[in-house]
Write a protein that binds this ligand. Sequence first.
Ligand code: GLC
Length: 753
Amino acid sequence: MQAGLCIAMGATALGAQSSGYGLPKTDARMNRFVDSVLARLTLEEKLGQLTQYRGPWGLTGPQTREAGAADIKAGRVGSFLGVRGAAATRELQTIAVTQSRTRIPVLFADDIVHGWRTIFPVPLAEAASFNPEIAERTARVAAVEGAAAGIHWTFAPMVDITREPRWGRIVEGAGEDPFLGSIIAAAKVRGFQGRSLRDSLSLMATAKHFVGYGAAEGGRDYNTTDIPLRTLHEMYLPPFEAAVKAGARSIMAAFNEIDGVPMHANKRLIDGVLRDRWRWDGILVSDYTGVMELLQHGLSADSAAVGRLALDAGVDVDMVSNIFYKDVAREVRAGRLPVAVVDSAVRRVLRTKYELGLFTDPYKGSSTAREQALTLTAESRSLARTAAQQSIVLLRNERNTLPLTAAGKTIAVIGALASDARSSLGGWAAAGRAEDAVTVLAGIRNAVGSNGRVLYAAGAPVEERDTTGFAEAVRVAREADVVVLVVGEHQDMSAEARNRSSLDLPGVQQQLVERIYAVGKPTVAVLMNGRPLSVPWMASNVPAILETWYLGVEHGNAVADVLFGSVNPSGKLPVTFPRTVGQIPIYYNHKNTGRPSDAKERYTSQYIDVPFTPLYPFGHGLSYTTFSYSAPILSRAKAGTHESVDVSVTVTNSGSRTGEEVVQLYVRDDAGSVTRPVKELKGFTRVSLAPGEQRTVTFRLTPELLAFYDLQYREVVEPGTFSIMVGGSSEQLQRTTLELTGRVHVLDARPIR
Ligand code: GLC
């Protein structure tokens, strides 16, 4: 038996002692240069530096004016959203550095979220891999391809935690857990930014959307949020702090308000948390028309006033509202906004351009030749396939229905999504093209080849209530030895402004599933979706279910790799799957309440019409093998509140084939000065084990990982007992108890506010 030791460190923590991280090196030469440029600018030119116009690809919200050469020459543009390609960006940059009075280069930004032309799994899918190394590598490739196309700045990673599966943008983030979300956020920032922003193949990363966007009431995008202070700091802020610690040089403001203050005017959180508590000095960019939306929020009826509010709150760049340029100058001249506030924002923008090396090489080596050479390479496709394989979650596999054998078999592939190449890419697919994507149907055909027969029927559209295709689908199923049903949502049913009031299969797909299942052949369901789905009938009847989300250009090949067993699935759910939309909010790190849910006790927190448990819990994911866990062993059963403790667990592959397992560590502070969640993820690591092989995994539990905000809103670790839990999901856990003794350990006495 092989016993190895690997230390899996916990990641970010609540507001870890702010040591000024995120501040670029104090570079006197840079500051002198920036001040020399600033000194030469008129007020209008300063405001031009703070203005972002959209380019041809930048219409990602309400209609706005596209900027062009005249705007650049006049000094009205500091950056562009949505200008694509080395040729187009070089053309506009040449105007900026040769025909404008200031000669200041412009920044080119775009939404490079999960790939540029090589599209990788959507972020929610990639989070299911619980593999930060893969997340970093895919971001690195996205950066290379985007930078080769002349982009300097990506509006990613989206780090919004959410417990709202109705919300369309759940697909863009890493799910419901702040610990996983923080590790992924940091990995993405490292991947996008690389070793240095000066590197011609790096992109400036943007942690978005600051903050609390995922708490939109009703799951309706842009809606009001209601976030208690502790929840804000323990749930929604940590991934932003992790991104800042990882060096993110940009953050985007969120559309929502918090406690009556829209984020685009939220000085308390922008200045108070980002600038003061975390001492971060990057650039804060508005969201699309976010400054103008302060009018709709009702902060003022005057656009100059909302421009002043946003600038004064710390918003540095006005994305496509054009209010900073058009209206703020008169606020300054009327003495209502000190020019020093404008200068601070302009300094940050100029420093960014300096850090990116644009003043020395405005083109950063971009060329159409380099763009073609570095885009959609065989290596990037191979990485896309690996990332996709690891993002697939095996939800159910009764009677070992999976993996399938293809030889000599007739396989019926049924479902409109099986041939939907565009949906394979998911939302926010940047420069991705449907023709680059391998569909599930194509992937199965690639895998089966001439060894078997593959039949196809769409069966039913995804959304329309049209059952006319059922008969053909039933006929095809009858002719087959095994049926692969591909159902779910098409890609335009999630992402921005694509919210659903239901989590059921759209259209008549549920009826199709039941009709095909009734044919009586061995049936496998493949889900393609951008959010948790409530599929209780399927979960009780269809023997095998794969969650495949939208996996990018290699979607179909990765699904086939898992279906036919060349890859053993290893993904775990980064979000809870409810039984029904009526259970929302439902998440794993919930409070115990005074009457914890108990089906055997009437007067406890539960429903009369569905079980209180989820359909599938956070961290759930099966394998074609099985894993067993020893009880966790502590390096010490007792420790001081200021000390770290190691937690070791031995994992055994108790099955018959090699597999990867995501070993998870959860902690519960059994009693605190305020109520604490029944469990919180505080560590995870992937281990690959051959049949019979064992591995001892050790996690280091540090005070930062056990900290929370006490009654005085200080970051502390309190003495008392902690339940320490390890296992392969948030519900399959082995436990032990740690006791911390001594005084309250204060990590940060500055109360959050
Ligand atoms: C959109 C999104 C944001 C995106 C921006 C630019 O409205 O909210 O995530 O980066 O506009 O496309």
